[in-house]
Design a protein around this ligand. Structure first.
Ligand code: NI
Length: 183
C-alpha cells in the first residue's frame, strides 16, 4: 500500500463527475481502496473520495472515530462504499463543522441532512444498505459530494462561516446567526 498525493482545490479532478465502478474484480480497485485507506489515516482524515487521489471512480472510504461520534452517534470502523447512493430521510438540515483534505487549513459550518439512507457495494461486491444520522450522515454527504465534483464550500450559504482551522475555537457563531435574523 502507499500514501497517495491528495489533490487540492483548483485541481480539475475535484470538479469532475466520477465514473461508476463496473468491474469489482479489478486488482487495481483493491489497490486503490487499500491506498485510499492508508492515505486517509496518514492525513489524518475521516473520509476520502477517489477523485481526491486522482482516481475518477465512485469509491469512498470513511470512518467515525469514537471521539468524533458525538453523544447520539456510534464509532464506525474503516468502511468502503462503491457506487454509493444517498437519500435524504429527513427534511431537517443542521449546520456542523467540516474540513476537507483537499481544502487544507480551513473549516466551514455546512448545512447537511440529519438523517440519510445509503446504499452501494462493499469491496467484495455484496450490497450494503443502511441509515445514518449525526456525524456519519455528514461524512457520507461530504464524501459522496466529491464524486459529483462538489466541495463542502459549495454547500455553504454564508461564507462568513468559513474560517481558518486555528480560529474555530474563537469563532462566535451566535454573532452571525443574530445578523441573519435581522437581515
Ligand atoms: Ni473532502
Amino acid at each position: 500500500m502507499a500514501i497517495l498525493k491528495i489533490a487540492r482545490i483548483g485541481h480539475p479532478v475535484l470538479r469532475q463527475d466520477a465514473q461508476p465502478v463496473s468491474d469489482l474484480a479489478l486488482s487495481e480497485l483493491d489497490r486503490l481502496i487499500g491506498d485510499m485507506s492508508e492515505t486517509m489515516h496518514a492525513a489524518p482524515g475521516v473520509g476520502l473520495a477517489a477523485p481526491q487521489v486522482l482516481a475518477g471512480v465512485r469509491v469512498v472510504v470513511f470512518r467515525v472515530p469514537a471521539d468524533r461520534a458525538g453523544s447520539d452517534g456510534e464509532a464506525v470502523p474503516d468502511t468502503v462504499l462503491i457506487n454509493p447512493e444517498l437519500t435524504a430521510l429527513d427534511d431537517r438540515v443542521v449546520l456542523g463543522w467540516e474540513g476537507c483534505l483537499s481544502v487544507p487549513g480551513l473549516r466551514g459550518l455546512v448545512p447537511r441532512h440529519t438523517r440519510i439512507g445509503y446504499r452501494g457495494l462493499a469491496p467484495d461486491g455484496s450490497r450494503v444498505e443502511g441509515e445514518a444520522t449525526g456525524f456519519l450522515a455528514r461524512v457520507l454527504q461530504h464524501e459522496v459530494d466529491h464524486l459529483d465534483g462538489i466541495l463542502y464550500i459549495d454547500r455553504m450559504h454564508d461564507l462568513r462561516l468559513l474560517v481558518h482551522e486555528d480560529e474555530v475555537d474563537s469563532f462566535r457563531f451566535e454573532d452571525y446567526i443574530e445578523s441573519d435574523k435581522n437581515a
